[in-house]
Design a protein around this ligand. Structure first.
Ligand code: ADP
Ligand code: MG
Length: 669
């Protein structure tokens, strides 16, 4: 047994982070790190609240069964000291059967700790009777309360009544009767007893501590059941009113101390929130009591080492019924005369073990609150979902390293909402990319198809053209034949153009990049383009540095395609502007015309090969498809803004090309 440690472990896989244990821990000894609840051993008071409230059974008590088994299998005599709350747990059979079962486990002596309670009660009576009324006391049968005071109210250590617990009193009495070699196992409802037994002030008085839950496991392991058992009674010394000890107020009743509510000199309380409040008020001096009887659980019958699920008052009823039966049983041996035990030393001392953490300054609290999006009083919802009663307490716990800001539900929901938005955005981007990818794929397969056809058609077409020209030369004088032959030559020429366009479209799979000044390139394009005088054209440079990595031949092709289209869109003349803009990473070229514009329904089909609105013979529908392919090969993008509706404003079209300034030579698949 070891003091100042935790006998409770968290099974991380089972922890679902509901923060119930955080909320229920009176010592705030549970910390959440990286989304896992973890007990801080030096802060834990082993009250077992977390074990009791965890619906996932993620908190488990460290077992003492192996150690008890080796005591039972050893050569020394072993005594079982049974806590007086046992009737609340083992109610399905008579107490004599229960005692018999303990004996068949191998215990040589089965003793009722209720006797130790009698001794202790007597001691309390003496302490208070001898008190001058100035000194104030906190009762000390509850090891979790002792731990709590030592760790969180170290200034109150001297107020702890310097009296051992009934467990230790029993052990001391048994050693007087049976010698120092006797091994003693305490069996009770309490996890904190494991810790108490290891305390330096009572070292080696109790050898092991079993909870009732562990005892049940041991019975099951050794196949000990009620039906095969020889009934038996407890060994002396016998208990009196100490039997009532596990019920709250039992100590007072046993010690014959009236809970004088009128003068308020004795105050009794129990349970997680009550005891915390009572000790705090006792320390502050707000609670003007000479004697504070306080239990961590709602009486020991609610201890965390029990397995029964019956409610509080039913358990109380069982303990009282047992006490009544024992005290009134005519066949019963008389309770021990306590005066013969006057010389037994029942005193002990306590040592402060300060575990208080520094309370943060107001400014530090505000900073932490701000991290959780709490800037004003209205932002503090105090919803309690984090396991702390208020946002402030949560912030203080974060400061102390006990909590994380993610425990704040409204904050986490807000975070989630942001994440969902971001996800939505990247989803949208993905969708766009996917659409572009599909377009590229379509173009690629079109390219393959086109290349195949163009290749096959090109040669026979050359032959047709050659012979048509030959025939025209030979029969150019015959007016009848001349017209027909001219028709053949013209149409074959047209086919040749289409095939050349197709071949180009199919071959645009390689870019050879050069650092080029875009403005200068455009000036060159403008100079070499023929436009009717009704169309004005000019380059607008809006950046100082227009340098960009491009394949100039291919880009010239792009601009002449776009300029051709713009020209076709302005049959009655207009204005054509080539704007160069951009930032450090990207260069932007805008080709704007004041033409007829593109109807909305055509916008989506614009870049598809063979889409054209031009008359048969004047358009192949390949210009923009080729353009698109070249821009993509430059890792750029091209989009269009257009208005074809005169009622909506001036018509016209702008093609916007964006190119990365620093390019990468590459070849498409
Ligand atoms: P083509 O010029 O052979 O028709 P393109 O791929 O170059 O093929 O253009 C496809 C179609 O897009 C054109 O027929 C025309 O309807 C439309 N278009 C392209 N550019 C413009 C523009 N600047 N103004 C109006 N319509 C345009
Ligand atoms: Mg065109």
């Amino acid at each position: 047994m070891q003091a100042d440690t935790s006998y409770i472990r968290t099974i991380k896989d089972r922890c679902r982070l509901c923060y119930t244990c955080v909320r229920e821990c009176p010592a705030k000894a549970i910390r959440i790190v990286e989304g896992q609840a973890e007990i801080i051993p030096e802060r834990c008071i082993n009250c077992g609240n977390c074990v009791r409230v965890c619906s996932q059974n993620a908190k488990q008590v460290v077992s003492s069964i192996p150690q008890v088994e080796s005591l039972l299998d050893g050569s020394c005599r072993v005594a079982a000291c049974v806590a007086p709350s046992f009737p609340a747990e083992f109610s399905s059979y008579d107490y004599q059967i229960f005692v018999g079962m303990l004996r068949s486990l191998g215990f040589d002596i089965v003793h009722e700790v209720a006797f130790g309670a009698d001794l202790v009660a007597n001691q309390y009576y003496k302490l208070l009777a001898a008190s001058d009324g100035k000194k104030r006391y906190i009762s000390t049968p509850c090891p979790a309360i002792i731990s709590y005071v030592e760790k969180y109210f170290p200034e109150l250590v001297n107020s702890l009544a310097p009296i051992v617990s009934p467990m230790i009193a029993s052990a001391r009495a048994l050693r007087v009767l049976h010698g120092r070699e006797l091994k003693i196992v305490f069996i009770g409802p309490c996890i904190a007893k494991k810790c108490e037994a290891g305390g330096e002030q009572v070292i080696e008085e109790i050898n092991e501590v079993l909870t009732f839950a562990e005892l049940r496991t041991l019975f099951a392991q050794r196949r000990i059941t009620a039906d095969t058992i020889q009934p038996s009674d407890f060994d002396p010394p016998y208990a009196g009113l100490g039997t009532l000890f596990p019920i709250s107020r039992g100590l007072l009743q046993a010690a014959d101390i009236p809970e004088d509510l009128i003068s308020g000199s004795v105050v009794t309380t129990d349970g997680r929130s009550n005891f915390v409040e009572a000790v705090k008020e006792f320390a502050d001096g707000d609670l003007d009591a000479k004697f504070l009887e306080v239990l961590c659980c709602n009486g020991c019958i609610m201890g965390a080492g029990m397995t029964t699920t019956v409610p509080l008052f039913n358990r109380r009823g069982r303990v009282s019924a047992y006490a009544r039966r024992r005290l009134q049983d005519p066949a019963r041996k008389r309770p021990e005369d306590l005066s013969s035990w006057d010389t037994l030393n029942l005193s002990r001392s306590f040592v402060a073990n300060d575990q208080r953490l520094r309370v943060p300054f107001e400014e530090e609290i505000s900073q932490i609150m701000a991290r959780m999006g709490k800037f004003q009083l209205e932002d503090e919802l105090n919803c309690g979902a984090c396991g702390y009663d208020t946002c402030r307490e949560h912030a203080i716990a974060i400061f102390k390293g006990l909590a994380e800001s993610e425990m704040c539900l409204p904050y986490t929901i807000e975070q989630l909402r942001n994440t969902i938005n971001e996800l939505g955005q990247s989803n949208e981007q993905l969708r766009n990319t996917q659409a572009q990818l599909m377009q590229s794929e379509k173009l690629a397969s079109m390219g393959q198809l086109a290349a195949g056809i163009a290749h096959e058609v090109n040669n026979p077409l050359g032959v047709v053209l050659m012979y048509a020209h030959l025939l025209l030369e030979q029969h150019g004088n015959n007016p009848q034949l001349k017209n027909d032959l001219q028709m053949v030559v013209d149409q074959a020429d047209r086919c040749k153009k289409i095939v050349a366009g197709l071949l180009h479209f199919a071959r645009q799979n390689k870019v050879v990049l050069q650092r080029i000044d875009m403005s200068e390139l455009l000036d060159r394009v403008v100079k070499t383009t023929y436009l009717p005088p009704t169309i004005s054209i000019h380059v607008m440079r809006q950046v100082n540095d227009a340098a960009v990595d491009i394949d100039p031949d291919q880009m010239i092709q792009v601009f002449s395609n776009l300029i051709n289209n713009a020209q076709s869109a302005m049959p009655n003349g207009g204005r054509l502007t080539l704007g160069v803009a951009g930032d450090d990473a990207t260069l932007e070229v805008r080709i704007t015309d004041t033409g007829v514009g593109i109807p909305r329904e055509n916008l989506a089909k614009l870049f598809e090969p063979f889409f054209t609105t031009k008359q048969v013979g004047s358009g192949t529908g390949l210009g923009l498809a080729v353009t698109y392919g070249i821009i993509k090969m430059h890792r750029g993008d091209i989009r269009v803004e257009s208005n074809a509706d005169r009622d909506a404003g001036p018509t016209g079209t702008t093609f916007i090309i964006r190119l990365p300034r620093r390019g990468q030579n590459r070849e498409s698949a």
